[in-house]
Design a protein around this ligand. Sequence first.
Ligand SMILES: C[S@@+](CC[C@H](N)C(=O)[O-])C[C@H]1O[C@@H](n2cnc3c(N)ncnc32)[C@H](O)[C@@H]1O
Length: 245
Amino acid sequence: MPTDNAAAWDRHSAAYQAGARLPTDVAHYGPDIPSEAEFRLLGDLKGKRVLELGCGGAQCSIAFAKQGAIAIGVDFSSEQLAFARRLCDKEGVKVELHQADLADLAFLRADSIDVAFSAYALGYVEDLGRVFRQVHRVLKTGAPLVFSLPHPAYDMIDDDAEEPLLVRRSYFDQTPIDYEWNGVGFTDYHHTLSDLFMGLTRTSYRVDTILEPEPLPKGPRSQHWREAFRMVPRTLIVRARKEGN
Ligand SMILES: C[S@@+](CC[C@H](N)C(=O)[O-])C[C@H]1O[C@@H](n2cnc3c(N)ncnc32)[C@H](O)[C@@H]1O
């Protein structure tokens, strides 16, 4: 039985937020890699309606709002959203927060979103096609969906094991990945590059960017840091644009 990830995030939220200490002035894409300040995938957000999928504590949405966007965050974890509300108050920033599954964006009008963004949430979604279709409906034609998720090559290794790194799971193994984080169980889903590309293309997106960033050479490391990040890409970033309906 796959884990109930919403319940898992409710249990894990406090520990995650205490350890993550994410910035609220610039959008992040994942642990120990450059941020939107360097990648510049989203463009000028002033006056734009920006939807964040799996917003968690809403740090990225807060950054979007600070840049003049109308920021909308969606997450299914009530604890993550409670943290997000407190953080928005503390930062004096308005973000429209919704508790919903990413496959159910019925509260948003069609063709109403200028940019959709997601950092490390889509790896928890089994049926990404449903999410791509929902996001396609709400995006304006030509507007981007930009997301990061665990790189599928990273799923092959056990980054807690002693060196040398070994391939412990087949790249072609599509079974869910169950893991524990601070005693809380989660389920991740393995999405290969071709699954993502084909899933987006079938749903009428045009993929224009794929990034596999190397870790930053130095600096304070995140709570997720492993030496393995130097050898296997940890994060995959994709930008795709909505084509006509
Ligand atoms: C690793 S956290 C990332 C949160 C935030 N983007 C960040 O970078 O801190 C993943 C988030 O996605 C949310 N999430 C995962 N699957 C979801 C789904 N199907 N519907 C809504 N939210 C989801 C979780 O509740 C969690 O807050």
